[in-house]
Structures are given as structure tokens and as C-alpha cells.
Design a protein. Structure first.
Length: 217
């Protein structure tokens, strides 16, 4: 286990590519047996699944160990789907309590733009980026969040997640093979356009992004 130091510059996790914070613990892995890279604690399972050698472990690979692909349960705000056990031979931890499905009457009252914001939050919650934000929140606390609909030929939703010393911005493109992507990140909130700082969303106890639209009475 290593720690990020000031002299390290701006190291990133070799798996999720997130910029590691000062003092954050990392684990050293060797993807090919020669060079060593830093992996954040949240991505160690993925690194092991890819066969990366963890620092301090025997160099001879273990035979007969079945690799599992990490499954992230899908959480749909509009349909209220619930996560299931990741593997049938691994006891599943009790899932966090999910909010009840949105009543159809509430969905009907939403504008098409509000429905797209809810769908964008759903796609973000199903992505690996949710895990990245959850890891940062353990160090920096709960972030502020906003969802902004961008109209055009191909409508997009911009998700901005910010702390006092760091912010991340994601673009959600509906119908894309990879609908959620990291667009920008920075450190000063003043660098954000004012339209992205109208905080209209929050994270619940399970670190799911919830737009204000689902809180309508």
C-alpha cells in the first residue's frame, strides 16, 4: 500500500483514470510483470480480474482461479428495478433500500426535459463513474450536483459534480454505445459556467444521483 505524495505530481489510477488525491492510499500493480502502476482501492478487484500482479504477491500465477467480471447493479429511477446477487455462488450483501418506483401520475406531470434528466441520472448510476464519485466522497464528503439539458440535433445532459476543491463534468448522450463519458474536470468552482452551478440534484445514502425532479409532490 502506498500514499500519494506532493512530489508524485498528478498521478492517476491506472484503471479508472481518476486523478488521485494528495494522501490517498493506492495499491501497486504490474499489468505485464515489469512496470508498476498505481490503482485506487476501489479498482483493485478490476485489476485482479485482468490478471495484474499485485505488489508483494508471488510472481507465479495461481492456476484454477475462476475470474469473475464485476457486475454493477442497474438502478432505474423510472422503473424502480432492484439489484440482484452478483454471482450465484457468492453470498450477496443486503442491498441498500431503494426509493419506491415513481408513480405514473408523477411521471406524467414531468416535462420531457425533466424525464430526460431522470433518465440521465439513471444512466450515470449504472455507470462505473458512480463508483469513482463514491470513492472521492469518502475523502471529501457529499458533493453538490447539477443536471443541465442541452438542446440540439442530438440532445445531451451535462452532469456536474463538485466539491470545494474539485469538480467533474460528465456528458450523457442518449442512444450511444457509451452513453456516459467524462468531459472535463477541474479544481476551481469559478472555472464552471454559471449555468452548471444551479445545483438541482443530490446523492442519496447509497451514492445514487437523484435529480430534484423525482422529489416533486
Amino acid at each position: 500500500m502506498a500514499y500519494v505524495k506532493r512530489i508524485d505530481g498528478s498521478p492517476t489510477c491506472a484503471v479508472c483514470r481518476r486523478t488521485l488525491l494528495m494522501g490517498e492510499r493506492t495499491v501497486r500493480y504490474s499489468p505485464g510483470g515489469d512496470d508498476w502502476v498505481d490503482v485506487c482501492p476501489l479498482c483493485t478487484v478490476v485489476a485482479s480480474e485482468h490478471g495484474w500482479l499485485k505488489e508483494g504477491t508471488p510472481t507465479t500465477p495461481l492456476v484454477g482461479v475462476r475470474r469473475r467480471r464485476l457486475r454493477i447493479p442497474a438502478i432505474t429511477l423510472l422503473e424502480g428495478r432492484r439489484p440482484t446477487a452478483a454471482d450465484d455462488d457468492v453470498p450477496a450483501a443486503a442491498p441498500p433500500t431503494l426509493p419506491p418506483p415513481l408513480p405514473e401520475s408523477m411521471v406524467r406531470r414531468m416535462s420531457s426535459e425533466e424525464q430526460e434528466l431522470v433518465e440521465a441520472a439513471d444512466l450515470f448510476n449504472e455507470s462505473a463513474f458512480r463508483r469513482t464519485i463514491a470513492g472521492i466522497a469518502k475523502s471529501l464528503g457529499d458533493p453538490q450536483a447539477s443536471l443541465v439539458h442541452l438542446s440540439g440535433t442530438n440532445p445531451e445532459v451535462v452532469i456536474t459534480i463538485a466539491w470545494d476543491i474539485s469538480w467533474y463534468q460528465y456528458r450523457v448522450v442518449f442512444g450511444s454505445g457509451q452513453p456516459v463519458r467524462l468531459a472535463e474536470r477541474g479544481y476551481e468552482l469559478e472555472d464552471l459556467d454559471a449555468r452548471f452551478t444551479g445545483w438541482n440534484a443530490r446523492f442519496d445514502e447509497a451514492m445514487r444521483l437523484v435529480p430534484d425532479a423525482v422529489l416533486l409532490d
